[in-house]
Design a protein around this ligand. Structure first.
Ligand SMILES: Nc1ncnc2c1ncn2[C@@H]1O[C@H](COP(=O)(O)OP(=O)(O)OP(=O)(O)O)[C@@H](O)[C@H]1O
Ligand SMILES: [Mg+2]
Length: 207
């Protein structure tokens, strides 16, 4: 079983969006399941889970001090993956998630304030002793912002995921109807991006 924590101390970076989409990607990747653990008291991922009728991914709203228990339950339940969504500005819960994970995914918008904020999350990953990677999210389809952001990330000595997630209305619309992008537009470019991100994560953890 692989465990991925999606952490960024910056609000609105795309943690919940990526956690949900990765959880569905993991669920579609073979017959075994995925659990999505929502550590954010706002419970956005859990609310999305409530709006679905599919049994997988299994979505639970949890507190950080119960995290280990939920991960153990997922392991015993034969899940192939656990994805943990976290709240911004929550050092202790984020640290618990970071410690429990095989890989920390740090979503970052290609904007200067977001780039400045990744240092805090990278420090947290180092404190936990867990490998981390930055993924650029909500990248404009045109222009040089993402390339400039990639250069800025290179200064942090943490890998940058080679797949970029584009700013797409479909990422917003799919959540409104209780879906992930791979269910909403299976042949769309967003689905390809999420598939690529999930594969990169699996390969990185396996390496
Ligand atoms: N790739 C994308 N394309 C379009 N919209 C996006 C994308 N990623 C995120 N968004 C939108 O940006 C907003 C913030 O995203 P999201 O809730 O996933 O961030 P978050 O990091 O979980 O926020 P918080 O820190 O508040 O938990 C949401 O309205 C979401 O739909
Ligand atoms: Mg969120």
């Amino acid at each position: 079983m692989i465990t991925i924590a999606v952490i960024s101390q910056k609000g609105g970076a795309g943690k919940t969006t990526l956690a949900i989409n990765l959880a569905v990607a993991a669920t579609r990747d073979g017959s075994v399941g995925c659990a999505l653990i929502d550590l954010d008291p706002q419970a956005s991922a859990a609310t999305w889970g409530d709006s679905r009728s599919e049994p997988l991914p299994e979505v639970v709203s949890a507190q950080a001090n119960r995290l280990e228990r939920h991960i153990e339950a997922a392991r015993k339940g034969g899940m192939a993956a656990v994805i943990i969504d976290t709240a911004p500005h929550s050092e202790s819960a984020a640290l618990a998630a970071a410690r429990a994970a095989d890989l920390i995914l740090i979503p970052c918008r290609p904007a200067i304030l977001d780039l400045h904020a990744i240092g805090t999350t990278i420090d947290l990953a180092r404190l936990a002793g867990t490998p981390a990677a930055v993924v650029l999210n909500a990248v404009p389809p045109r222009g040089s912002l993402a390339d400039e952001a990639a250069e800025a990330v290179a200064g942090y000595q943490v890998p940058l995921v080679p797949v970029r997630i584009t700013q797409r209305a479909a990422f917003v619309h799919c959540l409104t109807v209780g879906k992930a992008i791979q269910e909403f537009e299976p042949r769309g470019r967003g689905a390809v991006e999420i598939g690529g991100l999930y594969r990169w994560i699996c390969e990185t953890i396996a390496a």
